[in-house]
Design a protein around this ligand. Structure first.
Ligand code: C2O
Ligand code: CU
Ligand code: CU
Length: 478
């Protein structure tokens, strides 16, 4: 099997392969729970530098069905990359697909020429060494392709992986580690009769984001994981193209948010539910220590309001079975990290971005461009914003439409200043450094950040259908 088989007919903006029939429920495919009988798998962990080859392979997403997928390993997804802050790493990327690809290090502060800008692609059959020094707080990041108009399909078919940044300060907190630390990449897939993910977006899928009926964790549908009576750390990446999860436990017990996109929060935040949109990460502590052996518990997604078509269904994601009594000496740290608040007094410039639909851009010959920022469809060689190196700015995202947009900036982390309209509040995971923030319909979200990396970067909606459709801009820092 070659990359060609999976990637032919992949121009999702060509009217000829778009099914114009809207989905009758108007909410994309409903989630279909498969029995939670397959042991959860974890992509292998690689420490330091690594070779990453994008290629096709097979993976049993559903038991007994060998799905055709893409991955940076033998199977779906990529290895979990564990890197030490302060170290220099090289990830040599080889593109064994039949089309352009590249790698973006989402949540790593890397130089512009290593960031996987859509204009920096690696052609089919070619290689590129991504080399950079890691210099940032301990955090959970991830990596995925970023070629213009091909990101959604490639990520959906399996090209994504987790990155764990470690520091001595974080290690000193003695958070659960080893088998008590679970990397979880959550994605939904639309599987065909052979159990293989299909990517054939209809017009409605481009509007809402491509959603699937099968929820996978680390590429496994209907997964369970045995746990001991301990505190567990779960590093969750929402690697879905368009689906938002309202993470909760099936016994409605509280859990703790300890970290967000850019690293640990100042203090652990107890919640009973946490909304996680595409691109966002959540570093969580879940306490199984008081549950009797034999207890079964699910990580699930609760319903949630605010998104016109999403959030109407609750479903299970991953089953845990407490099957071993252990003593646990874990102590919840009172404080986790120090976060210096960026001061609005230091702001050099404020920019506002109207995000959403521009129906004027729709025409029957070319569906591209329904999703825009300030009315503009992404153009690879237009610089939309020019930022002075070292400046602190406020970016204001105004969503007047009726779709949720998780807005993401490359090159920097930001702090969320305010959210007005819609949910009208900030959330537990917004008390730390973020790189992706969910802007629900009717919301206006202001973020503050400092631009310390020079060069050309993108900002975009992390609903990958919206992004590929043009909801992205170029900004140059100099
Ligand atoms: Cu994870 Cu530009 O994206
Ligand atoms: Cu990114
Ligand atoms: Cu969007």
């Amino acid at each position: 099997l070659t990359g060609t088989a999976l990637l032919t007919g992949c121009n999702n903006h060509d009217m000829s392969d778009i099914d114009m029939m809207p989905d009758m429920e108007g909410m994309g495919p409903a989630v279909k729970e498969t029995p939670f009988t397959t042991p959860l798998r974890f992509p292998e962990t690689v420490t330091g530098s690594a070779q990453l080859t994008a290629k096709s392979g097979t993976e049993a997403i559903l038991p007994g069905k060998n799905a055709r997928v893409l991955g940076y390993r033998n199977g779906i997804l990529g290895p979990t990359l564990r890197v030490q802050s302060g170290s220099e790493v090289t990830f040599r990327f080889s593109n064994n697909l039949s089309e352009d690809s590249n790698i973006h290090w989402h949540g790593l502060l890397v130089p512009a020429e290593m960031d996987g800008h859509p204009a920096q692609v690696v052609r089919a059959g070619e290689s590129f060494p991504y080399t950079f020094r890691i210099n940032q707080a301990a955090s959970t990041a991830w990596y995925h392709p970023h070629p213009h108009e091909k990101t959604a399909r490639q990520a959906y078919l399996g090209l994504a992986g987790m990155i764990i940044v470690e520091t001595p300060t974080e290690r000193a907190l003695n958070l659960p580690s080893g088998s008590y630390e679970l990397p979880l990449i959550i994605q939904d897939k639309r599987l065909d009769g052979t159990g293989s993910p299909q990517y054939t977006p209809t017009m409605q899928d481009v509007m809402m984001g491509f959603m699937g009926e099968t929820i996978t964790v680390n590429g496994v549908g209907g997964a369970f994981h045995p746990v001991a009576t301990r505190m567990y750390r779960m590093r969750v990446v929402n690697g879905s193209n368009g689906r938002i999860y309202n993470l909760a436990l099936s016994n409605e017990a509280p859990f703790w948010v300890i970290g967000t996109d850019g690293g640990l929060l100042p203090t652990p935040e107890a919640v009973t539910a946490l909304l996680l949109s595409p691109g966002e990460r959540a570093d969580l502590l879940v306490d199984f220590s008081k549950l009797p052996v034999g207890t079964e518990l699910y990580l699930k997604s609760n319903t949630f309001p605010g998104a016109s078509a999403q959030g109407k269904q609750a479903f299970n994601i991953l089953k845990f079975r407490v099957d071993k009594a252990e003593t646990d000496s874990f102590q919840m740290p009172a404080s986790l990290a120090t976060i210096t608040t960026l001061s609005t007094a230091a702001v050099a410039k404020s920019r506002s971005f109207s995000i959403g639909m521009n129906m004027g851009n729709m025409n029957m010959g070319n569906m591209k461009g329904m999703h825009t920022i300030n009315g503009k469809v992404y153009s690879m060689d237009r610089i939309d914003e020019t930022v002075k190196l070292g400046d602190t700015e406020i970016w204001d995202f105004d969503n007047k439409g009726d779709e949720p947009h998780p807005m993401h900036l490359h090159s920097t982390f930001f702090q969320v200043l305010s959210r007005v309209g819609g949910r009208n509040t900030l959330f537990a995971n917004e008390k730390g450094w973020k790189d992706t923030v969910l802007v629900m319909p009717g919301e206006r979200v202001r973020v503050i950040c400092r631009f310390d990396k020079p060069g050309l970067f993108v900002a975009h909606c992390h609903n990958l259908e919206h992004e590929d459709d043009g909801m992205m801009l170029n900004f140059r820092v100099s």
